[in-house]
Write a protein that binds this ligand. Sequence first.
Ligand code: ARG
Length: 458
Amino acid sequence: MSKLWGARFDKKSDSLADQFTFSISYDHRLARFDVVGSIAHAQMLAKQGIIPKSDAQKILAGLKKILIKIDLGDFKFDAKAEDIHTDIQNKLKELIGKPADKLHTARSRNDQIVLDMKLYCRWEMAEIITAITQLQKAVLGFATKNNDVIIPAYTHLQSAQVVLLAHHMLAYVEMLQRDKTRVLDCFCRNDAMPLGACALSGTSLKTDREYVARLLNFSRVANNSMDVVSDRDFIVELISVCAMIAGHLSRISEDLILWASKEFDLIDIDSSFCTGSSIMPHKKNPDVLELVRGSTAVVIGNLTQIHVLLKALPLTYNRDLQLDKPVLFDTIDKTKNMLLVVSKIFASLKVNKDKARLRVLDESFFTVDVMDYLVKKGVSYRDAHDILGRMVKECLDEGKSISSLTRLELKKFSVVFEEDVKKLFNPQMSVKIKSSLGSTNPDMVKKQLDYWNKKISI
Ligand code: ARG
């Protein structure tokens, strides 16, 4: 089938050049958005009297038939078409004949492709928000089911203090919520309708861009025709948001991978999300989570790729911009799949409660609680730190536990110590005495769980 240009050329393009330049193999994913954009454009052309109403009716009927075929999966993409715009234009011509030639009036593929991409991004942003919400629900379900479990928490991957498992899970819920707001920010900033910029300078035809914006549910029209055909900020932003989401998923995966190891032994990942070893029959490997961590590298790489693609392009449209698509599609696919697979893992995740109970008995978890005890009795923070440091050292040197020190031994470190300090060497007590807002205090965590369970169920 014919290209959308060609009259100026005295020979056919080289077949290798065709292969090298054609984008139908990947931009066919934009088919639905291309047709939806064209329907709005045709309606505007008719309303403005730029094309006869009778031609517009034929164009609209043809486009609707094409749309139905696309939605049913019956649309046969033509691998010999240069891009999706060409394919749909050619199919429309096959269906309705000559009137199809009027559809491309007052637009160019340069503004058309930006419209397609913006419509695609809008669709995918909604999908991503839904997938994040689904993951938040799965994490909350896991947290709520295990809301009495206390686990070790780490800094520098060294045991630090104890926390409620639910508190740790709520940290994930918070970061995912920020990701959702990032998607929304990105949506609002890029909610400007591009069509009508034409090749780069606008048109002398009496178009009504605001009408097209209304038909396509954009809140405004893009201000500058040169900016809008060159702009791919919205793609960079969306990939950047996906890189942030992927980064969060990677950190969550890393926690789960560690916790599933024999050394931590805090959780059991359902075997349907693990694989075995071809040589070591005992192995149950968390490959799915490892691939979430690995896919994050690809998504972050994609962010670099899109930045490099754009960084030295002169205004306005350059064909380099065509290569934004594989990068964006790959990013979106990976991000959605990662969100979905991690949600499923949480839904079937089990806690090894007995192991967790044993793991939080180590009394070094409670040294900060003992420091707070001293501070409450008037000891300065610095002195309290020194006292606990000396106690830990002496106990380590002499192979004793702090909780087994006698009253007299305690007094040797500080006169303010009384027997009641021993109550602090207890994980339940350690979480209970936390009282600052946002802490792991069980009542506060319960409130947070209630808040999120209510918010996310809406
Ligand atoms: N396929 C191109 C892209 O993805 C859109 C077509 C614009 N091409 C052109 N030669 N003006 O960016």
